[in-house]
Design a protein around this ligand. Structure first.
Ligand code: FAD
Length: 325
């Protein structure tokens, strides 16, 4: 097999699993990531004396390939089970959430699995790729921060959310325009609250229906979390999308009022806000990944594989195998 040089844009779980697999198959991979570190939507926000998982809250594993990966992470303490007391709130009523699902979290933070995958890989952070060109059989990248990337690549993989792939690459391939144009992703307003003391609330996590909040969780109940008592509150996708351009303070006021109604009074807590512009959603048909061998171009990401952490990891892994074929 010929060793190829492959550029991957995006160091979330999909880009990283693709990179790890391609490297194992003998290729040379370089990752370009606009943020300061890997993990994407599996990130953890940090401040002085506190941390909070503000993207993915936990993940499940159902596919045998991903179960194998999770077992390895558990064995090396990258990941652990999280077994909170979960309640459901709907129509002014609380019930206990009963499910057999095993819920996993990164330890000591949600971004640890991504950091583990990224270790040893060539990862260029703070590089927002904003233009692509294909010349003389090679892909060339331009970054907003560093200008032209000097090196050309045999293959290019976009491991970024659908709307961002659309903006970056729709002119290169009509299929990307069609597929990424259907990605239907929604935003998520997220509020992080830090308390001097643990608030008296009758749950550690809650699914909330028919309110502007859809999820509340006590970060401090996850394994190996230290520092200030912290909670994460996430707004529901439809509400978030409708009010995605609203100011942070207005959003916070509305979420805090709803949290109070749910029994989590954040008076006196320190509050931080985060807006995820493309948080969740996927194409209606589950494609798994996209590959255009004639153009030496591929796409992977949760949005091509049903959403969620497991879908992202599998999408990257399967695209890498397809490349090898
Ligand atoms: C609020 C929220 C809650 C969630 N809750 C859960 C949950 O409980 N369970 C679950 O399984 N999943 C959950 N998810 C979904 C889960 O986080 C994702 O499915 C998964 O992390 C997606 O991985 P990915 O690699 O496909 O994409 P991403 O993680 O989005 O990775 C894409 C990467 O590309 C980078 N990038 C984008 N554009 C460029 C560019 N032009 N140049 C360079 N880099 C670029 C981004 O910075 C990012 O790091 C949640 C997500 C959010 C936001």
């Amino acid at each position: 097999m010929t060793k190829k040089t492959i550029a991957i844009i995006g160091a979330g779980l999909a880009g990283l699993s693709c990179a790890v697999r391609l490297t194992a198959l003998g290729h040379h991979v370089e990752l370009f990531e606009k943020s300061r570190g890997p993990a994407g939507r599996m990130s953890t926000k940090r401040g002085e004396g506190w941390a909070a998982d503000h993207g993915a809250q936990y993940f499940t594993a159902r596919d045998p390939l991903f179960i194998e990966q999770v077992k390895k992470w558990v064995a090396d303490q990258t990941v652990a089970l999280w077994t909170p007391e979960i309640k459901v709130y709907e129509a002014n009523q609380w019930t206990t959430f009963l499910s057999q699902d095993l819920r996993y979290v990164g330890t000591p933070a949600m971004n640890t699995p991504a950091k583990q995958l990224a270790s040893g890989l060539p990862l260029h952070t703070s590089q927002t790729i904003d233009a692509l060109s294909h010349k003389d059989g090679h892909w060339f990248l331009h970054s907003a921060e560093a200008g032209d990337i000097a090196k050309g690549f045999d293959e290019l993989i976009l491991a970024i959310p659908g709307p961002q792939a659309l903006a970056l690459a729709q002119h290169l391939d009509p299929d990307i325009k069609t597929i990424a144009g259907q990605s239907n992703m929604k935003g998520c307003w997220t509020l992080m609250a830090r308390f001097e003391q643990r608030p008296e609330v009758a749950f550690e996590a809650a699914f909330v229906n028919q309110e502007i909040i859809s999820w509340v969780a006590r970060n401090s109940s996850k394994p190996q979390r230290t520092g200030q008592e912290s909670w994460t509150i996430q707004a529901n996708p439809l509400w978030s999308q409708e009010f995605i351009e609203l100011g942070k303070e207005d959003v916070a006021d509305q979420l805090l009022a709803c949290a109070k109604k749910l029994g989590l009074d954040c008076t006196g807590a320190e509050i931080s806000m985060h807006r995820w512009r493309y948080a969740s959603g996927s194409t209606t048909a589950t494609l798994g990944f996209y590959s255009n061998p004639a153009l030496h171009l591929g796409m992977c990401g949760d949005w091509l594989n049903g959403g969620r952490v497991e879908g992202a990891w599998l999408s990257g892994y399967h695209l890498a195998n397809q490349f090898a074929e």
